[in-house]
Design a protein around this ligand. Structure first.
Ligand code: C2O
Ligand code: CU
Length: 469
């Protein structure tokens, strides 16, 4: 059985055609986890405000950190303790289609009381995460998220690693989760932006650091809709990976690391603070509502007096590099939302005006088609191995983190300007009215979800399917 699954992996199949997959020896290296999503009660906002009824993996928010080493095979048995069907989607990691966790598209949803075993080889190292792909706005909004970390086989040298799973909750004054999931305002505006930001499931506390140490900080934005724009002030910060994949180490543009929902960043931070000095990490993405997320507080004896000369560059993942000369090109126009210019769009083969769409809870379209779960003809079809260049245009007044399953793409440029350095991503944040060009090699067969990761936008029509055959 093990052997069969191993051979079935389309990623491994590529090894035979010349792409090197270092994971090819992984079949015997199994890393097993059990996940049980279920209702539970935890403390999110501190004793003063009381406990919160949440939905959580294994009784905690976020769920357990799933950690493995590149080349191993992850086996995750999921027992559904929720009152409704669920799945687990492994956000960003490349895997065989049947393991992608999308109901109707890659598997039947896991019924309450039923279970499902996910099993796939971890070809890529990096920072990823997992979450349900059923009733996403509600299931994630109630707390179902967790980090997936795949360590490099040969990690770079650091002193210490930190992981911040960022989330945003919409809570009532008694700390309960506000049950207004999927309301029309969220669906047509910025999504379910909450009122309580948490780091690793609690209110952020000061972060004690040693003067002079080198930290690797893994950031994951698991919020339904909130974008984070983190400023690290005078701290010596380099971005070394985006959405899990190595990037040429560089200082964050204007000192700010921007993460839309679903996005990740790996940072190296050289703590250039003297003992007892502090440095604030400020989130000012929504400028009028800037706040201090945490403070690095230097305590103890300096470990060194200047930054170490260790390499910052991570080893590359075995990604297929787009060949632009041979690419097929597609244009995708996003329309809709409040203060947009959309007049109407097609839903289930019928052209409907805005009013009728709104009556059905739909507000967004891709190339004038509003997606609906059971009827999703592909947005585009690519032959296996072909490079696809996508010119995306955001003709709306809102931010959209656009996510493609099963693949990793390069962000080539924005508004006609070439991007430097070129980042690999699975989710790219589009600003209002922005054009973004991405490219990827369609090297993983199947029908893959392509959607906005503001979950309320996704549910209100902002999704589609990319077919690779
Ligand atoms: Cu993070 Cu389609 O999802
Ligand atoms: Cu969106």
């Amino acid at each position: 059985m093990k052997r069969r699954q191993f051979l079935q992996s389309p990623l491994l199949a590529l090894a035979a055609t010349g792409t090197a997959w270092p994971g090819a020896a992984a079949a015997d290296n199994i890393r097993s986890y059990n996940l049980r999503p279920a209702p539970t009660t935890v403390n999110v906002v501190g004793r003063r405000w009381g406990d919160t009824d949440v939905w959580a993996y294994n009784g905690r928010v976020p769920g357990p950190v799933i950690r493995a080493v590149q080349g191993e095979t992850l086996v995750a048995r999921v027992d559904n303790g929720l009152p409704e069907p669920t799945t687990v989607h492994w956000h960003g990691i490349r895997l065989p289609h049947g393991m992608d966790g999308v109901p109707h598209l890659t598997q039947a949803a896991i019924a309450p009381g039923a279970s499902f075993e996910y099993r796939f080889p971890l070809e890529d190292a990096g920072t990823y995460w997992y979450h349900p792909h059923a009733s996403s706005s509600e299931q994630l909004g109630r707390g179902l998220t967790g980090a997936l970390i795949v360590e490099e086989r040969e990690p770079i040298r650091i002193d210490r690693e930190l992981l911040w799973v960022l989330d945003d909750w919409r809570l009532e004054s008694d700390a309960s989760v506000r049950e207004d999931f999927g309301n029309l305002h969220d669906r047509s505006h910025a999504g379910r932006i909450g009122n309580t930001v948490t780091v690793n499931g609690g209110l952020a506390e000061p972060t004690p650091v040693l003067p002079g140490e080198r930290l690797r900080l893994r950031l994951v934005n698991t919020a339904n809709a909130r974008v984070f724009g983190l400023n690290f002030g005078d701290l010596d910060v380099h971005v070394i990976a985006t959405d899990g994949h190595p990037v040429e180490p560089h200082r964050p543009p204007a000192g700010r690391v921007t993460l839309g929902p679903g996005m990740r960043a790996d940072l190296l931070i050289d703590v250039n603070l003297s003992p007892d000095q502090q440095a604030a990490v400020v989130d000012d993405f929504y400028r009028s509502r800037a706040y201090t997320l945490t403070e690095f507080t230097a305590v103890g004896t300096p470990v060194r007096d200047q930054a170490p000369d260790w390499s910052r560059a991570l080893p590359a993942n075995p990604l297929s590099v787009p060949v632009l000369d041979d690419a097929i090109r597609h244009e995708l126009v996003f329309t809709g939302g409040a203060r947009g210019g959309m007049h109407g769009a097609e839903l289930d083969g019928e052209y409907l005006d805005l009013r009728e769409l709104a009556r059905r809870g739909k507000f967004w379209a891709l190339n004038e088609v509003v997606a609906h779960h059971h009827h999703m003809p592909p947005l585009l079809t690519a032959r296996l191995g072909q490079t696809v260049v996508l010119d995306m245009e955001n003709r709306t007044s809102w931010h959209h983190p656009i996510h493609l399953h099963g693949h990793v793409f390069q962000v080539l440029g924005r508004d006609g300007e070439a991007a430097t350095p070129v980042e690999w991503r699975d989710t790219v944040l589009m600003n209002p009215l922005e054009r973004v060009r991405i490219a990827f090699v369609a090297d993983n067969p199947g029908d893959w979800m392509f959607h906005c990761h503001v979950l309320e936008h996704q549910e209100a029509g902002m999704m589609g399917v990319v077919r690779v055959e």
